[in-house]
Structure formats: structure tokens, C-alpha cells
Design a protein around this ligand. Structure first.
Ligand SMILES: [Zn+2]
Length: 214
């Protein structure tokens, strides 16, 4: 149709339309042609209803292809490896507001390592000592699992986790993973809520203005 339209405009011009065998003689191309023709034959022999592709199927296929590309990038990337350990699969819908947005964001910071804990601030060049008030480097692990300033809060957290999923001692994967604990539906949401309580009661991430009002 496009060519016909152009032909109508070109008056006083002789137009010859020729077929050019573009593939002829090139190694592999003839074979490809042959296979393409065979494939086309198969398509025509398919029952009518299976030849119809719904928009839903196209969407699903494209979603699947995107996820698979994203996953292989995530598997092979050299950045975000810390977060990768906690969240190896990309096909994961997370609730971004559990138990509330502020708490979720703090948990996300701990998962990625990009938090305002001193060890990270020091690492990215901010003019702070990497140390915690207790003297050890203030890493995520230190804040969650070790620091003696939060022993009491941590005991409460550990008891809740044990009650929820029977895991006797705290570890990073249990606290910061994003999947449910195997065979315990809904455990991730509940752990996240308990972790939020820990973070809140340590008051470690409160802004100076907020803590001075206490
Ligand atoms: Zn400490």
C-alpha cells in the first residue's frame, strides 16, 4: 500500500518493480529460507483457535522475558551483592509500607547497606568516625546482632522471632530476608513488623530534633 501511494504521486515516471533474490547463494541463508517456509507451513496447519494470540498472552510473554533478562543481570551484576544475598530473585513483590513507610525505608536501608549507620557514612566519605558509641565499627550486623547498647531490645526481638518461626537465634537472613520462612505463610510480614519495633525502640535512627523532644 505504501509503494502504491508513492507510485500515484510520481507522475511521468516509469516504475519497474523487480524481485531480488537477496538470499541466493549465501551459505546458510538458503537453509534459513527453507526452514522459515517450513515454519510458515506449520503455522498454517495449526488449528484456527491456537493461531489467535491474545493481548493478555503478549503481555505475559513480555513480562516473562523482561523478568528473565532482569534476573540474569541481577545474577551477574557486580554491584548490590549484599542486597543480592538477601534478595536473590527479582520476581518479588514487596509491600512498601509495612508496618509503615518510615519503618520500611529504614529496613530497606539496612538491607542494602546504604544506611546512616556510622560505618557506612564513613565508607562513603562522610566526615564521621565509623564507630558506634560502644566503640565497635557500627555496621548493620553490629546494630542488629551485636551492639551491647541494645541488648534489651534485642532480647525482645529474639523472643518474638522464636515465637513466630522457631528460629532460636537472630541472624541477618532471618531479619532482613524478603521471603517467608519456609512453611510459615506470612512470616516475612510479621518479622518485618517485629524488626520495625526493634529499630524504633533503639531510637538509633531518630533525627536529633525528634529525640530532643523526648
Ligand atoms: Zn555498638
Amino acid at each position: 500500500m505504501e509503494i502504491k501511494k508513492i507510485m500515484r504521486v510520481l507522475v511521468n515516471t516509469t516504475i519497474e518493480v523487480l524481485w531480488t533474490p537477496g538470499h541466493a547463494g549465501l551459505q546458510g541463508n538458503d537453509k534459513a529460507d527453507e526452514l522459515a517456509k517450513e515454519g510458515a507451513k506449520d503455522a498454517l496447519q495449526m488449528p484456527e483457535e491456537s493461531r489467535i494470540v491474545t493481548i493478555q498472552e503478549v503481555k505475559e510473554a513480555s513480562h516473562k522475558a523482561c523478568l528473565s533478562k532482569w534476573q540474569s543481570r541481577w545474577d551477574n551484576s557486580s554491584t548490590g551483592r549484599r542486597y543480592y544475598e538477601l534478595v536473590p530473585t527479582v520476581n518479588h513483590k514487596r509491600r512498601l509500607d509495612l508496618p509503615n513507610k518510615t519503618a520500611f525505608n529504614l529496613i530497606l536501608q539496612l538491607q542494602t547497606g546504604y544506611s546512616t549507620l556510622n560505618a557506612h557514612r564513613h565508607k562513603i566519605g562522610q566526615n564521621v568516625s565509623p564507630e558506634c558509641k560502644c566503640g565497635s565499627p557500627e555496621t548493620t550486623e553490629h546494630f542488629l546482632l551485636e551492639c551491647s547498647n541494645y541488648t534489651q531490645q534485642r532480647e525482645i526481638l529474639a523472643r518474638s522471632i522464636q515465637r513466630l518461626c522457631g528460629i532460636p537465634s537472630l541472624d541477618m537472613q532471618t531479619l532482613l530476608g524478603t521471603e517467608d520462612i519456609p512453611n510459615i505463610d506470612g512470616s516475612r510480614d510479621r518479622i518485618q513488623t517485629e524488626l520495625a519495633t526493634y529499630i524504633e525502640t533503639t531510637a538509633r535512627f531518630e533525627t536529633p530534633a525528634a529525640s530532643s523532644t523526648q
